[in-house]
Design a protein around this ligand. Structure first.
Ligand SMILES: [Zn+2]
Length: 265
């Protein structure tokens, strides 16, 4: 029996086909369902090791973070810039000229001692290494991305490699394995950014479970405390201001007008 679908039905069918192809999730999270995670971005400089030297600038780091959040908001997860560290890499003499002999141990050694912390996600940007990015041991403290990363474009994919590679490695730190659907964030080497509902569920568990994970209302309260203590609040409020419309985003935008600025705390 023929069935009249009509233009609305056609639209719905087209949307379903796109969703099926990209594996995108239907879930949309309300502001109070979001969790905020602290992210420390490291741009490693290495005068003695050109292989290791990252050439990104502060403006690049901020643009990349915005796009990382553009990807991860589909999961109700947002990263706030805890601090941006433009700092000399450790272990430079060990890294230079290693080429294919470079190992995971060498990557661990390039982390500057003074900026380690268990309480934040660490994303280290370096010059050259084998893969585009790597998450060692599935740890939120051991994320590395090279500034020369390259990806194979897919339809609807992101417009530059670094935010995608960064978001992909964060996916590993949130417990996600690879999935070779080229439109998916966890596919190898593509510009795909979608996650399916099962992946979102997996990623949200640790995101909620980290002791430093913040609910938006708690983040607002923490921001007020930091302001009293003279600590930088801009990163936190910028993340809150990006939440889906409502009271929290409005309040964060209002406070951003008077937010303290600065690097590190
Ligand atoms: Zn991977």
């Amino acid at each position: 029996m023929a069935r009249r679908v009509g233009w609305w039905g056609c639209l719905m069918l087209a949307a379903a086909l796109v969703a099926a192809r990209t594996g995108s999730a239907a879930a949309v999270f309300a502001a109070d369902e979001f969790r905020l995670l602290p992210l420390r971005l490291h741009l490693l400089r290495a005068e003695q090791a050109p292989d290791l030297n990252c050439r990104l600038q502060e403006s690049d780091a901020r643009r990349i973070l915005g796009k990382i959040n553009g990807i991860w908001k589909q999961s109700g997860i947002v990263f706030y810039l805890e601090s941006l560290r433009i700092e000399p890499a450790a272990g430079q003499d060990l890294y230079q000229g290693l080429g294919a002999n470079r190992s995971e141990a060498h990557l661990r050694l390039v982390r500057p001692r003074g900026s380690l912390s268990r309480e934040v996600f660490h994303l280290y940007y370096v010059g050259q290494m084998g893969p585009n990015g790597i998450c060692l041991n599935g740890s939120h403290e051991l994320l590395f991305v090279k500034d020369t990363a390259r990806l194979n474009p897919v339809e609807g994919g992101i417009d530059e490699p670094l935010p995608r590679v960064s978001a992909h490695e964060i996916g590993h730190a949130l417990g996600l394995p690879h999935r070779q659907d080229r439109f998916n964030l966890m596919a190898s080497g593509t510009t795909g950014t979608s996650l399916n509902e099962a992946e979102i569920e997996v990623a949200r568990k640790p995101a909620i479970g980290f002791p430093f994970s913040l609910q938006p209302t708690d983040a607002l309260a923490l921001g007020a405390r930091w302001a009293d203590e003279g600590k930088p609040t801009q990163g936190l409020y910028e993340a809150l201001a990006g939440l889906p419309g409502g009271e929290i985003a409005r309040e964060a935008k209002k406070r951003l007008g008077v937010a303290t600025t600065g690097e590190g705390r």
